[in-house]
Write a protein that binds this ligand. Structure first.
Ligand code: GDP
Length: 461
């Protein structure tokens, strides 16, 4: 169990704003607030889940006019006595209130410590705790919806269901091994096999959802390919304007290109800006394409822009050869002009390799075709299944790795059954799967991992 030290932090943002919240949690939360709050009554006597007007004072000096929320354990986020001071949102005044709180008995909370306590006090499992951060970091509707689903316990229930099944059957085997005279194991393998296969299939589906989950959460790493002057920059502009979304420039972390983040139809595209590669002379144009192809190597998606008013040349051939086994969309731009290249021509060029039509006529200049492009994006990146539904997506690598371990262990169980091995063989692997799944909900994780997970949280959460 966590030590019951009372902790405090600023739970709102670190810039001046209308209101800030200083949160206090722990056994002494009311003791601390009583020392620094002046109002109609002392707050330690107040009813739970009430809010009180008054002032925060430090040794006789009034610091700010505040509203204080009183929430008693266990019906609080952390499961502990909790006080939230709503003060004026200047950083100076907020920090001064926090300092006063700390001077009067609380200690500064570590990042994620409130949520860590919520987890340790059994208010939520690890999937829910992790989803708290996902909700905060959500950048689009799909990611937010999926995070809220996880916060509500969708993933937790799924994992718990699987674990219950595994435990039930493991217990049966163990009992039978202990008491062979009374518990019948005849043909048990045959009975167990479909159960294990079903769990294994559910685990596989969750693993599969991880790709979509990652794209949803982090955005689709996208490279725009195409020769100079085909309209790549114009496309970028058209996409940026589409949602009237915020377009941000973020420095590429692993490479020296700029990444631009745009939101189209609720989907976030992390666009590698290869515009810098644009050069003029023919020889350099070729080098430019080569370099852009290199960037495309670990992209989730390639947008290949073709100028429909000009015929294809060897650079286009090179790109077409390159993209054939990747996720791509060909955008036939400048469709408002006299077109030389049609969808059919391109379709024939790539016919052997694809069945689906990923070629769209657009005009970056007029903004036509962009909507169709967005629909196609959803189809390609989310197998058309990207809807605001109750489907559970895995969005985090830790969960995915645990699922893979579980799947491996379940595979071994299937194998042992197939080979007619003795029952105690299954139960070892079943317990491995049980354990691996337990790391997802946090039932079977060590303190180190817990500390590591919560250290990635933001301050005050
Ligand atoms: P980039 O070199 O690939 O980034 O190409 P730009 O976006 O700079 O566009 C090159 C030229 O093509 C510019 O003069 C654009 O105005 C023009 N252009 C881009 N898209 C279209 C389009 O859809 N229709 C027409 N008619 N012109 C376009």
């Amino acid at each position: 169990m966590e030590s019951k030290e009372t902790i405090a932090a600023i739970s709102t943002g670190m810039t001046n704003s209308g209101i800030s919240i200083v949160r206090i949690s722990g056994d002494e939360a009311f003791l601390v607030i009583d020392k620094i709050y002046r109002g109609k009554a002392t707050l330690s006597g107040a009813m739970s889940h009430t809010i009180h007007y008054g002032f925060i004072v430090d040794m006789g000096d009034t610091i700010d006019e505040v509203l204080v929320s009183i929430m008693r354990a266990p019906r609080t986020f952390t499961g502990e006595d909790t006080v939230e001071i709503n003060c004026h949102g200047g950083m100076f005044v907020t920090q001064k209130i926090l300092a006063t709180v700390i001077k009067n008995g609380a200690r500064l909370a570590q990042p994620g410590e409130f949520t860590k306590r919520a987890f340790l006090n059994g208010k939520m499992d690890l999937t829910q705790a992790e989803s708290v951060m996902d909700v905060i970091q959500s950048q689009n509707e799909y990611a937010l919806h999926s995070s809220i689903g996880q916060l509500k316990g969708n993933l937790k229930r799924k994992i718990e269901g699987m674990r219950e099944m595994i435990l039930y059957h493991t217990a049966y085997i163990e009992t039978a091994l202990d008491d062979p005279e009374h518990v019948d194991m005849e043909n048990y393998g045959k009975e167990l096999l479909p159960v294990i296969e079903k769990i294994s299939e559910d685990v596989r589906r969750l693993i599969e959802s991880a790709d979509a989950g990652r794209l949803m959460k982090e955005g689709i790493n996208t490279v725009i390919l195409g020769k100079p002057n085909v309209g790549k920059s114009s496309l970028l502009n058209a996409l940026s304007g589409y949602d009237r979304a915020i377009v941000t420039n973020i420095e590429g972390t692993t490479r020296d290109v700029l990444e631009e983040q745009v939101r189209v139809g609720g989907i976030v595209l992390n666009l590698m800006d290869t515009a810098g590669i644009r050069e003029t002379s023919d020889e350099i144009e070729k080098i430019g394409v080569d370099r852009a192809l290199k960037y495309a190597e670990d992209a989730d998606l390639i947008l290949y822009v073709v100028d429909a008013s000009r015929s294809l040349d060897e650079n286009d051939e090179k790109i077409l050869d390159y993209i054939y086994d990747r996720k791509f969309v060909i955008l036939l731009n400048k469709s408002d002009l006299n077109v030389q290249i049609t969808q059919e021509i391109l379709q024939n060029r790539i016919k052997e390799k694809y069945e689906e039509n990923f070629i769209i006529n657009i005009s970056a200049k007029n903004g036509t075709g962009i909507e169709e492009f967005v629909e196609m994006l959803k189809k390609i990146c989310f197998r058309g299944e990207l809807r605001l539904n109750e489907e559970v997506y895995i969005t985090n690598l830790r969960q995915k790795e645990a699922l893979q371990r579980a799947r491996e262990a379940l595979g071994k169980v299937e194998e042992s059954i197939g080979m007619g091995m003795p029952e105690d063989f299954y139960s070892i692997d079943m317990m491995d799967a049980y354990e691996a799944l337990g790391t997802i909900t946090g039932e079977t994780v060590g303190e180190d991992l817990i500390n590591e997970i919560f250290s990635k949280f933001c301050m005050g959460k």
